[in-house]
Design a binder for this molecule. Structure first.
Ligand code: CO
Ligand code: CO
Length: 371
């Protein structure tokens, strides 16, 4: 039995779950080492509190079981959907699950699978098991941290390569295209953690802007939010540059965000609540008079998903522990004018939280970032 599997069983005991039902996704891969996707045909991993595992899956996926990290009974089904319920029912019977609480991932379990599960085990109660399944992946193992460090280096290398090609007059989409190519050239997995954001001028005031046809021009802020993946582990970085000279207020918010990022990184450590990290950044921005323009949480956990626990929010009392990884990404967004965000990926240690990302954080002309 793997350590990860034992950790899951312990968490299930603590949360009074008799079983869990897990769809393909990061938790599924974390436990089994198998990469499968959510498709029109259901795949569900069932694990009981006694440590038995079963997998309902399409017949054609059976070869993937050869590399599985845990022992499990396979319950394959053929293409005719009328036969699928039988596979689910057989799996529950074989695992001896007749009643009790079965945890699912609320953000991943679909109506499709839930229907089969409920019909297979009418005596069971299906509940949100997110607390268990999020906690499982919270503290990263040394090998996971190595992969995340690699993902950070690859992303940084890709940005520097991209900046060399940036010219006024280019569109955000053109710059984003260069960045994606540079990420692949630098060694990222083909499946990026998310589509990069490249936003300029007034568009940078939208935290989740989609790269468009706007052309880069003198006086713009130029924001990049991008990441790489290595063996499925993500980085997520934001840097903001200027195109030539900035209006004084835009330069000023650049300095405030840089200081807020530094304050939150200095605050992050084991033993404090996540909310204290948020407060370190938020307090500094509020004191500078821009509180209403910092419109999102300070950060989010990072790992096999680009957004996972722990969430760095003012209402999150979760205590930070060594091995947790999360972003610190304060921003100030002035509608119609522009925004600055500076995002790093930090690892909680005993006394501090060193950053996996180390590109300079000053808002300077992108041409100078290459020096
Ligand atoms: Co980001
Ligand atoms: Co982020």
């Amino acid at each position: 039995m793997t350590q990860r599997f034992q950790n899951l069983l312990e968490l299930m005991r603590q949360q009074n779950l008799d079983a869990v039902a897990i769809n393909p996704g990061p938790t599924f891969t974390y436990l089994t080492g198998m990469r499968m996707h959510l498709m029109e045909r259901p795949t569900v991993l069932l694990i009981t509190g006694a440590g038995l595992a079963g997998l309902v899956l399409p017949q054609l996926e059976l070869p993937k079981l050869a590399g599985a990290a845990i022992a499990m009974d396979a319950h394959p089904y053929a293409d005719n959907p009328a036969t699928w319920q039988d596979a689910f029912t057989a799996a529950f019977k074989r695992l001896g699950i007749h009643r009790g609480r079965v945890g699912v991932e609320a953000q991943r379990m679909r109506f499709l699978e839930l229907g089969f599960l409920q019909s297979a085990a009418s005596g069971c109660e299906f509940v949100d098991g997110s607390a268990v399944l999020e906690a499982l992946r919270l503290r990263k193992e040394p090998r996971e941290l190595e992969l995340m460090q690699e993902a950070a280096y690859i992303a940084q290398k890709a940005l520097l390569a991209t900046l060399k090609t940036v010219r006024p007059g280019q569109t955000e989409k053109q710059i984003a295209a260069e960045l994606v190519i540079a990420l692949y050239r630098a060694g990222s997995d083909v499946e990026l953690p998310f589509q990069p954001i490249v936003s300029s001028g007034e568009n940078s005031a939208n935290p989740h802007a989609v790269p468009g046809e706007r052309q880069l021009r003198e006086g713009d802020l130029l924001l990049f939010d991008w990441g790489a993946s290595v063996d499925g582990y993500c980085s997520d970085i934001t840097r903001t540059f200027s195109v030539g000279e900035l209006q004084p207020e835009l330069a000023h918010i650049g300095a405030v965000v840089r200081d807020a990022n530094a304050a939150a990184r200095a605050a992050a450590r084991s033993g404090i609540p996540a909310s204290a990290v948020d407060q370190a950044a938020r307090g500094l921005i509020a004191d500078a008079g821009y509180g209403e323009y910092f419109t999102h949480r300070t950060g989010h956990g990072l790992g096999m998903e680009a957004h996972e626990a722990p969430y760095i929010r003012e209402d999150n009392g979760m205590t930070l522990e060594p091995g947790m990884v999360f972003t610190i990404e304060p921003g100030i967004y002035l509608p119609g004018r522009g925004g600055v965000r500076i995002e790093d990926d930090v690892v909680v240690g005993q006394k501090e939280a060193p950053s996996l990302t180390d590109l300079p954080r000053e808002v300077i002309p992108y041409t100078q970032a290459l020096d």
